[in-house]
Ligand binder design. Structure first.
Ligand code: SF4
Ligand code: FES
Length: 255
C-alpha cells in the first residue's frame, strides 16, 4: 500500500497512504456499546501523508471521525511532554513519531502509558508521577544571603548535570519501568533524573537531603538496571547512567 502510493507520487507532492490506527479506549461513563470503565480496542482507517506524525493522525480521528477520542497534547513539537503514549508497544511522543516510520501497512497500536491510572482513552492520571517529583525537592537550595549577581559556575561544573536538564517530564521513562509497574512505591526514573539535575549542580546545597530521600526504600536501590527508561526517553537522556551516578554518590559519599 505505502510503497505503491509513494512510487506513483508525482515529483513535488507529498506521498499519501491509508493507515489503520488501533486505539485502546476507555470511557469512565460508558458508551452505547461499552460499560463504564470497560477497556476496548477501536480501529480507525484514515488517509495520511508521509509527513504526518501520530499526533496528526489522532487529530484527524478526533476532528473528522470521533470527537469523543481523548488524548493530551499541547506544543506539538516535543517540548511540553504531554503526549507520551505507547505506540506499537513502545513509549514515544505522538508529536515526534512519523507514521511512515512505523510500517503503516500494518495497524498502528496506540495505548495509554502503563503504570498510571487511565482517566479516559489515552489520558492517564499524572498525579502519582508528579508526587514523586515533588518528593525530591526539585528547586535550588542555598543558604546565606543571595548574591548581588548570578551564582557562577564553570562550564565543566555545568556540564556535570547538563544531560538531566533536558527532561520535559513526559513520564515515558517512569511508565516504561517494570519496577514502577509492579512495585507501587518506587519513585521511578524521572524523579531520580530530577534529583540528579540538582545533586550535581555546584550551586546547590541540598544534595545530601535529596540523596537521603533517594536512599529510602522507594528510592534508587529499587532500580534493576533494565535500561527501559533510557530507551524510552524522547530527549535522549541517559537515564540509567544518571541513576548509576546517584547510586555511586550514595556508595562513595562523593559527589
Ligand atoms: S527523563 Fe526523558 S523520558 Fe523521563 S520524563 Fe524526562 S524527558 Fe521524559
Ligand atoms: S505535544 Fe508537547 S511534547 Fe508532544
Amino acid at each position: 500500500m505505502t510503497a505503491t502510493a509513494e512510487a506513483s507520487t508525482p515529483a513535488g507532492e507529498v506521498p499519501s497512504f491509508e493507515v489503520t490506527l488501533r486505539i485502546r479506549r476507555m470511557n469512565p461513563e460508558g458508551t452505547s456499546e461499552h460499560g463504564a470503565g470497560e477497556e476496548y480496542w477501536e480501529e480507525f482507517r484514515i488517509q495520511a501523508h508521509a509527513t504526518d506524525r501520530v499526533l496528526d493522525a489522532l487529530h484527524k480521528v478526533k476532528w473528522d471521525v470521533d470527537g469523543s477520542l481523548a488524548f493530551r497534547r499541547s506544543c506539538a513539537h516535543g517540548v511540553c511532554g504531554s503526549d507520551a503514549m505507547r505506540i506499537n508497544a513502545r513509549n514515544r511522543l505522538a508529536c515526534k513519531t512519523l507514521l511512515k516510520d512505523l510500517n503503516p501497512a500494518k495497524p498502528i497500536l496506540i495505548e495509554p502509558i502503563k503504570g498510571l491510572p487511565v482517566e479516559k482513552d489515552l489520558i492517564v492520571d499524572m498525579e502519582p508521577f508528579f508526587a514523586s517529583y515533588r518528593e525530591i525537592m526539585p528547586f535550588l537550595m542555598t543558604s546565606g544571603p543571595a548574591p548581588e549577581r548570578e551564582r557562577l559556575q564553570t562550564p565543566a561544573e555545568r556540564e556535570r548535570y547538563d544531560d538531566t536538564t533536558k527532561c520535559i517530564m513526559c513520564a515515558a521513562c517512569t511508565s516504561a519501568c517494570p519496577v514502577f509497574w509492579t512495585d507501587g512505591q518506587f519513585f521511578g526514573p524521572q524523579a531520580i533524573v530530577g534529583a540528579h539535575r540538582f545533586i550535581f549542580d555546584s550551586r546547590d546545597e541540598g544534595q545530601w537531603d535529596r540523596l537521603e530521600i533517594l536512599n529510602d526504600k522507594a528510592g534508587v536501590w529499587k532500580c534493576r538496571t533494565a535500561f527501559n527508561c533510557t530507551e524510552a526517553c524522547p530527549r535522549g537522556i541517559e537515564v540509567t547512567k544518571a541513576i548509576s551516578e546517584v547510586k555511586k554518590a550514595l556508595n562513595t559519599g562523593e559527589i
